[in-house]
Design a protein around this ligand. Structure first.
Ligand SMILES: [Ca+2]
Ligand SMILES: [Ca+2]
Ligand SMILES: [Ca+2]
Ligand SMILES: [Ca+2]
Length: 234
């Protein structure tokens, strides 16, 4: 039996993106874990409040917020995270790094969306407490990618993370010399941020992100760039 499926407009990829997050351009940002630059002061906070994994939590266990800026070479992130217990129980940074407390950055250089689990269509950078940046390569191997310059300052249970992210496109090849893309006005980028919170459990207790994910399986950011938010550079 032959089944013919006709493809009408509804089958086509919708290329027109809309965004309600216009990211301001920064004059000068120093990646020192202190968000005291005037550009940060004039940028609004956005919440990290979507539970992607785990049980319910309270604001002492976790709360988080972030803001973005951009420069010619870097996408800047400032994040404030409240976490009652900071742990790094896997000494090998490539071993179950998602089960240690870490800040996770999802970035899709061209806001294409789509699957990126084992490709560089988009990135899922895990930033560890001890300063490492890890993602999965196209060969499924966990690797350090020094694409995010970041500094964390923790006072008590409050941490400030300040990041400068170099954006690499989907042509990135391990072992080659890869140049990050230059940023410019009106550029669209797929972006989300999340925090893996563990407070001494065998596995992470919560995973809280910045975007709403439909359906029961909300831990899709590391696979599907379609759950990222599209942001536009002013
Ligand atoms: Ca700073
Ligand atoms: Ca916690
Ligand atoms: Ca892409
Ligand atoms: Ca924790």
């Amino acid at each position: 039996m032959i089944i013919i499926i006709s493809c009408s407009y509804s089958c086509k990829e919708e290329n027109v993106k809309s965004t309600n997050y216009i990211v301001q351009k920064a004059n000068s940002i120093q990646i020192d874990g202190i968000g005291n630059e005037n550009d940060w002061n004039t940028t609004d906070w956005r919440p990290i409040d979507q539970k992607w994994l785990g049980d319910d939590y309270d604001s002492l266990d976790f709360s988080g917020r972030y803001k973005l800026l951009w420069g010619d070479d870097l996408l800047y992130v400032l994040a404030e995270i409240e976490d009652d217990t900071l742990i790094d129980i896997h000494p090998n940074g490539l071993d179950k790094y998602w089960d240690d407390d870490c800040l996770e950055i999802f970035v899709d250089e061209d806001a294409s969306g789509g699957n990126h689990q084992y490709s560089h269509n988009a990135w899922a950078y895990h930033l560890s407490l001890d300063g490492k940046c890890v993602d999965i390569g196209p060969d499924t191997i966990f690797r350090y990618y020094p694409h995010v310059d970041f500094k964390r300052i923790t006072k008590g249970t409050s941490s400030t993370w300040e990041l400068g992210i170099s954006l690499y496109n989907d042509q990135y090849k391990e072992g080659n010399t890869n140049a990050p893309v230059k940023l410019n006005s009106n550029k669209l980028i797929g972006f989300a941020i999340a925090y893996c919170d563990n407070d001494h459990s065998p596995e992470r207790e919560n995973f809280i992100g910045s975007t709403y994910v439909e359906g029961d399986d909300k831990n899709r950011g590391w696979i599907d760039a379609g759950i990222f938010e599209t942001v536009e550079l002013e």
